[in-house]
Design a binder for this molecule. Structure first.
Ligand code: FRU
Length: 497
């Protein structure tokens, strides 16, 4: 649902007189977002692209996406005043990456979202070209703040914006910006320094940022740690290097997230490949994180995840789903919200938030099948928006294929199950035999051109963009041997808009 009330009042409250004017030229600092012509212009550009975006049959229906145009990373998810707020990297002017603003939406239940006015815009009069990724926090003085990387024709700086109202609809750039600049690192140079993530530990606020060191020697991917020195979160000190990526071929880190989970700490990094997690121990006094276990957050078309704690103390994580075709008036969506936990072996498990069961509109089928060499076509599950839960017995399995025949658009999306891995439309997902010894469970969400697969209760996740998607899907099970049983349950899922 688009919050047209806000959107319309934004357009009416001054778009027309200001379009095309360098309104801020008289002022040193631009006005807060509600009166800001840069935001009004941006929202008008998004509104103009809505009809084209809506008409595209491949556009997901229950994965969050902006009203139209480009999005990438989720930014600053935060629970505030009864709502989950989600911000995201957004280009209001096209369906490719550029002009980074922060889009904004809110949800009471993690399922249905309401679009809100764009929150952050590049302050051109302050030399800012892009508002890059970051995080949100409630400062000890009660102020809701967005931290982000300000990009201009200068070295990156970490800036903040403060909310001017309880609904978080209007934002003002902090008068003390930049809150962190290169000078905070003393003599050492952090390259690609960006993506501040603020967290708290024992009453103290910390921040991590991504980047790399020693660029001249090929680059060393590193996460830097900072500590807040006042309640307004305007004074920060650099505590040191929290983490160096253990793989020498990894040269840079983006969008670090660092948070406690059960009795450990989890560091999530996006290093220009599938995002990874590291689980270990944090010693804030020494500014050291000692990694114990590691794994992949997702093996597919998924990047730059960002999460937050909610009132139930759950850590909820979203990622950017990428790889869509261009020129459709939209590009990019979020993964489903995932609730994180640790298993006894120190692996991160990701489960779709239970709230998503509200998407189930109609049960399409529920049955147990004896698998034979003959393919089994699950005609009843023909749909464009589907949740499919499959339990397969016993292990090992032999090339069980699940084929989605994408109706009109054509093409088949195949999940092959092998002894030690899954092949999800060409992406290999290793299977841990100790985890899957009791069988294999797959929970598969198909949303037109997005397919999200949760393997063995979230021990593995893989999100794939299937550009030929959008037509009806029919699951087809095929098995190479005459053995094995599968229990299958499927629902048609509703649109969230
Ligand atoms: C990750 C990223 C971030 C950066 C943002 C820019 O996808 O490159 O490092 O802040 O996107 O849009």
């Amino acid at each position: 649902m688009y919050c047209w009330r806000w959107f319309r009042s934004f357009l009416l409250c001054g778009l027309l007189p200001f379009v095309g004017h360098a309104m801020a030229s008289a002022a040193e600092v631009d006005p807060p977002s509600a009166e800001n012509p840069a935001i009004q212009r941006a929202m008008a550009a998004v509104a103009a692209a809505v009809p084209q975006a809506k008409a595209d049959a491949r556009r997901p229906q229950y994965h969050f996406a902006p009203p139209a145009q480009w999005m990438n990373d989720p930014n600053g998810p935060i629970f505030w005043n009864g709502y989950y707020h989600m911000f995201y990297q957004h280009n209001p002017y096209g369906d490719r990456w550029d002009h980074m603003h922060w889009g904004h939406a809110r949800s009471r239940d993690l399922v249905r979202w309401e679009h809100l006015p764009i929150a952050l815009w590049p302050s051109e009069e302050q030399g800012e070209n892009h508002c890059f990724s970051g995080s949100a926090t409630i400062a000890p003085n009660g102020q809701v703040m967005l931290f982000y990387t300000s990009i201009g024709n200068r070295a990156p700086e970490q800036w903040a914006a403060i909310s001017k109202d309880q609904e978080l609809l209007t934002w003002e750039k902090h008068p003390d910006n930049p809150l962190l600049a290169e000078i905070h690192h003393g003599g050492s140079k952090v390259y690609e320094w960006r993506d501040p993530y603020v967290f708290q530990h024992e009453g103290t606020r910390y921040m991590v940022c991504g980047g790399n060191l020693n660029e001249s020697k090929g680059g060393q991917a590193a996460v830097q740690l900072y500590r807040a020195e006042n309640d307004a979160l305007t004074e920060w000190t650099h505590r040191g290097v929290l983490f160096i990526h253990p793989d020498a071929d990894v040269k840079n880190i983006e969008c670090p997230n660092f948070f406690p989970l059960q009795n450990k700490w989890v560091l999530i990094v996006s290093a220009h490949r599938n995002p990874e997690y590291f689980v270990g121990i944090f010693d804030p006094k020494q500014a050291v994180f000692t990694m114990e276990t590691r794994g992949h957050v997702d093996y597919g078309d998924y990047y730059a995840p960002n999460g937050c704690f909610d009132p139930r103390q759950r850590h909820v994580l979203w990622g950017w789903v990428r790889g869509f075709d261009f020129a459709q008036g939209w590009n990019g969506c979020l993964s489903l919200p995932r609730v994180l936990s640790l298993n006894a072996a120190g692996a991160v498990l990701q489960q779709p938030a239970p709230e998503l069961e509200a998407l189930r509109m109609r049960e399409l089928l529920k049955k147990t099948l004896t698998l034979t060499a003959e393919p089994i076509r699950l005609e009843e599950a023909r749909s464009t928006q589907l949740e499919l839960v499959l339990s397969l017995q016993p292990q090992p399995l032999h090339q069980l294929g699940l084929t989605f025949e994408a109706g009109a658009a054509g093409g088949a999306f195949t999940i092959g199950c092998f002894d030690d891995h899954l092949d999800v439309a060409g992406t290999a997902v290793p299977l841990d035999r100790t985890v899957s010894a009791g069988g294999l469970s797959l929970r598969i969400f198909c949303d037109r051109s997005v397919i999200e697969v949760y393997v063995n209760e979230g021990a593995r996740c893989v999100t794939k963009v299937f550009p030929q998607g959008g037509g009806l899907l029919v699951p087809v099970l095929s098995h190479q041997a005459n053995t094995g049983q599968a229990s299958v349950e499927a629902w048609e899922l509703r649109s969230i808009w």
